[in-house]
Write a protein that binds this ligand. Structure first.
Ligand code: NAI
Length: 339
């Protein structure tokens, strides 16, 4: 497999966005950051499409014009950023925007999910590009303000006008992403990695921590010592920070020799075949085949139509009742002044 292209400022022409009406649907984490960055890159022709809520007030406070009538905003857009939560995008876009958009509009998404699972109804004449920062919105803004870039995935998902890649790069540069290098990707790749991390990697990490906690507690370790040892000291956060700086394995050199040998020798002896099979099962039979997406959409529909209790609350309650959850609650209450 060849290495993906990495695009820098010199690959992009901001002039392509000149004279274009740029509409942001949403002024939340990403919307507020990207709209402000784009304005500071020299574009004043920005309109914020937002329902009546505190995000709209915030956009006005930042000096933007806000349109609550989504149809009116859609009619004007030459470039449309869709920056509202993924689960509400299909309903809002398909109902209010799709019927009113120009035939040659460039639609920009910051996540591959709705494009990969074909949940947005756009026309074949329209461009759809992905410009997906790998950063939370506040960092997208603060890094731009410091004159630095941020990691970002850029791709053309649907080519309508023949100009989609140039527009994707202009947008990437305008929001400040090509300063650090925007990596050529795809909605499939972004969705696969995102959902795999969420549904395979991190669930296993949660499970490993819970099991480790219970085994060590049974062996006589106190809740207080365990909470600090395992996460409250922030050691795992530091390890990942070092991994980003020095290398995933080479960060081990900051640990004691006993630790380095224990970790590398321990990992070498483990048989990964069961977890690999489990990971493949999640990736192919739950993520990429759309099974999760279908189930999640059905759940969202039912929650909205029938006003059911969100299962997330039950899942939080279940975790709070677990041995590790109870222990942490007690330790945090006791050590409230220290943490
Ligand atoms: P957010 O949760 O901050 O979105 C808030 C905005 O959505 C507000 O403008 C609000 O008025 C609007 N909104 C919420 N519910 C609505 C509804 N039912 N109807 C109409 N408008 C509604 O969204 P966030 O986190 O900025 O995500 C936007 C996109 O960026 C998503 O595709 C997400 O996957 C992607 N993304 C988010 C990152 C993050 O740091 N949060 C990182 C990279 C990508």
């Amino acid at each position: 497999m060849s290495s993906p292209k990495i695009y820098y400022d010199s690959d992009a022409d901001l002039g392509l966005l000149k004279d274009k009406r740029i509409v942001f649907l949403g002024f939340g984490n990403q919307g507020s950051a990207q709209a402000q960055n784009l304005r500071d890159s020299g574009f004043s022709n920005i309109l914020i499409a937002n329902r009546v809520d505190h995000y709209a007030d915030y956009a006005r406070a930042k000096g933007f014009t806000v349109e609550h009538d989504f149809g009116k905003a859609a009619e004007q857009a030459d470039v449309l950023f869709i920056l509202i939560p993924d689960q509400v995008q299909p309903r809002v876009f398909n109902t209010y925007f799709a019927p009113k958009l120009k035939d040659d509009v460039c639609i920009v998404v910051a996540s591959g999910y709705n494009v990969f699972f074909k949940l947005l109804n756009f026309k074949p004449t329209q461009d759809v590009v992905m410009v997906a920062p790998r950063m939370i919105g506040s960092s997208v803004r603060s890094l731009y303000e410091k004159g630095r870039g941020f990691p970002c995935f850029t791709s053309v998902e649907y080519e309508g006008t023949g100009n989609a890649m140039s527009l994707a790069l202009a947008v990437s540069k305008g929001i400040g992403a090509t300063k650090a290098g925007a990596i050529s990707s795809s909605a499939r790749e972004e969705t696969a990695m995102d959902l795999f991390a969420e549904q395979a990697l991190w669930p296993n990490i949660i499970l490993l921590f819970k099991e480790a906690f219970e085994v060590l507690k049974e062996a006589g370790c106190s809740d207080e010592a365990l909470c600090y040892e395992m996460w409250m000291s922030k050691e795992p956060a530091e390890i990942f920070e070092r991994a980003a700086e020095d290398g995933f394995i080479l960060q081990l050199k900051h640990h004691s020799s006993v630790s380095q040998y224990g970790q590398l020798n321990g990992a070498d002896k483990l048989d990964g075949s069961a977890i690999r099979a489990h990971f493949k099962d999640i990736l192919y039979n739950q993520v990429l085949n759309g099974k999760f997406c279908k189930e999640f959409s059905a759940m969202e529909d039912a929650l909205e139509k029938e006003g059911l209790e969100n299962p997330l609350q039950q899942l939080y309650a279940k975790n709070e009742a677990s041995i590790m959850g109870q222990a942490e609650k007690r330790v945090r209450a006791r050590l409230a002044n220290i943490i």
